[in-house]
Design a protein around this ligand. Structure first.
Ligand SMILES: [Zn+2]
Length: 302
């Protein structure tokens, strides 16, 4: 059993102590252990409790199918993930470039996994620095793309004010030192640079529908669960501001499929996942804050 970890009290974003338990969930993908989701009443950030420390969390990533650490194409969900990944890779690459019309520069990717996005941007002429904590993923990036990815600790030794853009694709929810990272991003960005953060959104329709089965809680690997409002507070705390919010349309289907898998609902669940994904996206079409996952484009304000 993990000890109740007090690192998230008070709230890491707003420092208030008005927190309550929202729901009880499990590590469905590996250990089956119980965790709870706590919510801050002030800034609405949610967090996993108990949260394994940096030292204790490694075993929770230690399973062969951990999807961002693997290139396996076995099983329906993995197959779909990899198909969609190729498509979204092109979309991400084009979108990030569109923020800098005709201008290329330095890009820092934090949590580069096996290097697909870093490689894609590098091929477009960007000077890419990529960081990743998992050694076997760094090795895969070297084998697949001849890409030299650095250990994550290097984040704190990079040159200040060098980067046009810093990207974190589904990474910030895994980071223990939330404020140290955000502070560092502020110092590494050029004055007009952009911080791109993609994270799951617990205010989405699919999160509300699946509740404790919602696969994007992914406890205890996801330490924090963000809403658009809590992301606003986090950016503001670090002298930054959200410029743009975009829903991630495929995440609703992918997360719904995984959630049905956790519910063990069989074929009927696969069909239902498709409809829940559709409803989630329709909801996000009328309200941008309701995407299953969100991309935030963030800029420095001083
Ligand atoms: Zn708070």
């Amino acid at each position: 059993m993990l000890e109740n970890n007090k690192q998230f009290s008070p709230c890491p974003i707003c420092n208030k102590e008005d927190i309550s338990t929202l729901l009880h969930t499990k590590d469905y993908s590996l250990t089956g252990e119980d965790f709870q989701i706590i919510q801050c009443a002030n800034c609405t950030l949610e967090y996993t409790d108990p949260a394994p420390s940096k030292e204790a969390i490694a075993p929770y990533y230690n399973f062969p199918s951990y999807i961002s650490h693997t290139d396996t194409k076995e099983g329906l969900v993995n197959k779909m993930y990899h198909k969609v990944r190729n498509h979204t890779l092109t979309q991400k690459t084009n979108w990030v470039q569109s923020l800098f019309t005709g201008h290329k520069g330095h890009l820092l990717e934090v949590g580069a996994g096996t290097g697909a996005f870093a490689d894609s941007m590098s091929k477009k002429g960007w000077k890419v620095t990529a960081l990743e904590p998992d050694a076997s993923s760094r090795q895969k990036a070297l084998d697949n793309y001849n890409l030299n990815i650095l250990p994550i600790e290097e984040l704190f030794h990079l040159e200040p004010a060098k980067y046009e853009v810093i990207t974190l694709w589904h990474v910030l929810e895994h980071v223990h030192d939330l404020n140290a990272y955000m502070k560092t991003f502020h110092s590494l960005l050029k004055p007009n640079g952009r911080l791109i953060i993609a994270v799951p959104n617990y205010t989405s329709y699919d999160a509300g529908y699946y509740k404790k089965y919602w696969a994007a809680y992914d406890v205890p690997r996801h330490l924090y669960h963000f809403s658009p409002l809590s992301m606003h507070y986090l950016a503001k705390k670090h002298k930054m501001s959200i410029m743009q919010k975009l829903p991630m349309w495929f995440d609703s289907f992918y997360v719904s499929l995984l959630s049905e898998k956790y519910k063990q609902s069989g074929m009927i669940g696969m069909i239902r996942a498709f409809f829940i994904g559709c409803i989630s996206n329709l909801t996000a079409l009328s309200n941008v804050d309701r995407g299953s996952s969100m991309i935030y484009e963030i800029k420095k304000i001083d």
